[in-house]
Design a protein around this ligand. Sequence first.
Ligand code: BGC
Length: 363
Amino acid sequence: MQALAVFPSKKNLQLIDLPHPKLQDATDVLLRVHEVGLCGTDREISSFEYGSPPSGSDHLILGHESLAEIIEVGREVSSFKPGDLVVAMVRRPCPHAECRACRGGRPDFCVTGDFTERGIKGADGFLTEYVVEDQEYLVRVPRVLADVAVLVEPLSVITKAADQARSIFDRLPYDPGLQRGLVLGAGPIGLLCAMALVAEGFEAVVYSRDSEEGKPAELVRSLGADYVSSTRTPIESLAERSGRFDVVLEAVGFAPLMLAATQVLKPNGVLALTGVPPEAATAEVNAGRALRNLVLRNEVIFGTVNAGRRDYLSAIQHLEQFMILFPESVRKLITDRVPLDEVPQLLAHKRGIKSVVEMSRAA
Ligand code: BGC
């Protein structure tokens, strides 16, 4: 069977042939991969800026946003059966006894850094036809979501951020009556976040560099949210145009914007950062003003990465809700469905909002 692998030492991305995998352990499940979504992380890995192969291997099989069907189950698998549609979680725990997060089933909060991530760090991904996975890392998705369920993994990053933001707001000694949310970025994460805010009754604004007449802007407006382009309104003037926000979710990874975003927060507001900027990125900030405001307005900035099982389950619930509220807008997030051999080209030249690789058709 075929797979797409990156060879960092040779600076090469190529299709490889692999033997068909077999169940090893009693809790293993054999999956036929249906679809894999591509994102900025895959682009960084395929340009050799990020990611690492499994230890002892010279290559990493790409792909972490999966949707697959169960073909065969090990003898101790009780929660799944052949025919179930599943999404695999990305992160696997580190081996250290002292890591309470990993030992507690939350490797997304790993403290040692020795976790692995399928298709990203030290573990092969899903851009292949068949994969073996332990049942512990699978989440079942309803068949009615089959054509959009590949969005569950990126959505889980948002449901985790929202869950964290909620607990931060819980510190307030009064009911803040949260109403206004700002999303920075109009990629798949930003647009899914706008959907989540609208679905929760927020007045939502998406801020991005795309024009106010483009497809992302149109999609944002179709949800009942507002769209503001950074080409017309610099972040410094955004509060004047659109007011201030209880919560801001950043999904761009552009360091200067990440640092400037507190300027649009209401007092006691929360800024969630999900974008991963390049390590060498620099930004000029008036540190005095930024820190002064942070303290004097009780603001919180936090970073969030990856997701735990409860966030995946919440993502599935949200996706079901989105498919009732705005099904066409959700479908429009997936702008391309391509075969495996077109992926290298697509990683080099991004097009559309979310590109999805079709590995096999849903039964
Ligand atoms: C993935 C996460 C992962 C993160 C950092 C993102 O693209 O969606 O699952 O933890 O990259 O590697």
